[in-house]
Design a binder for this molecule. Structure first.
Ligand code: HEC
Length: 162
């Protein structure tokens, strides 16, 4: 019963409404600890912890050229920063990028993309107060389809970072 339910969910996992409930069992190996689960809740916790505020970041918020609200500011963790600056075409497991989303100067939410220990990207975007609007795994979804034109699904360039 569990198995058939899992197969059923896998079959419709790429629904376009962004309501994929969970991210499966993969883990984002960050900060040398036991890691953060590659789930919607895990990605929200990365944003809410505020730890990303000490990461390398774009110097200031700028107008988005994507469907990301009004202005945005992107922060990348050390593994992803090193990979971007090295010009790698594939980023390491444990890569995390957090994007602050602003409307009229107020932060209204976050987008967080991370590569889990299975090598699969997970994508989250949420707006206050629910912070739960979009969550996807892998390719063939709303987020990945557009991000596929980036370098391993990352659209922000190394040149935009210090
Ligand atoms: C129509 C294209 C498009 C779609 C769909 C899209 N994005 Fe983006 N995204 C962009 C662009 C362009 C950027 C570069 C920065 C900017 O201009 O906002 C970006 C940047 C980002 C960043 C900063 C890292 C990077 O790749 O530059 C994150 C995180 C992000 N998007 C998450 C998401 C999530 C999560 C979704 C799905 C809910 C999503 N995006 C859907 C176009 C898109």
């Amino acid at each position: 019963m569990r198995l058939s339910l899992a197969l059923l969910l896998a079959g419709c996992g790429a629904s376009m409404d962004g309501t994929l409930p969970d991210g499966g069992a993969s883990v984002i190996p960050v900060d040398g600890g036991s890691g953060i689960s590659a789930t919607r809740a895990g990605l929200v916790s990365i944003a809410q912890s505020g730890a990303y505020l000490s990461w390398k970041a774009e110097p200031m918020a700028h107008k988005t050229t994507g469907p990301h609200g009004d202005t945005v500011r992107t922060f990348v963790n050390d593994p992803l920063y090193a990979s971007l600056k090295s010009g790698n075409t594939s980023h390491p497991i444990g890569s995390v990028v957090v994007k602050e989303l602003y409307s009229n100067g107020t932060r209204t939410g976050w987008a967080v993309d991370a590569k889990g220990d299975d090598g699969v990207w997970v994508f989250f975007e949420g707006f206050e107060p629910q912070l739960n609007q979009y969550f996807f795994r892998g390719t063939g979804n709303l987020c990945a389809n557009c991000h596929a034109s980036g370098i391993d699904f990352v659209l922000t360039t190394a040149a935009a970072l210090p």
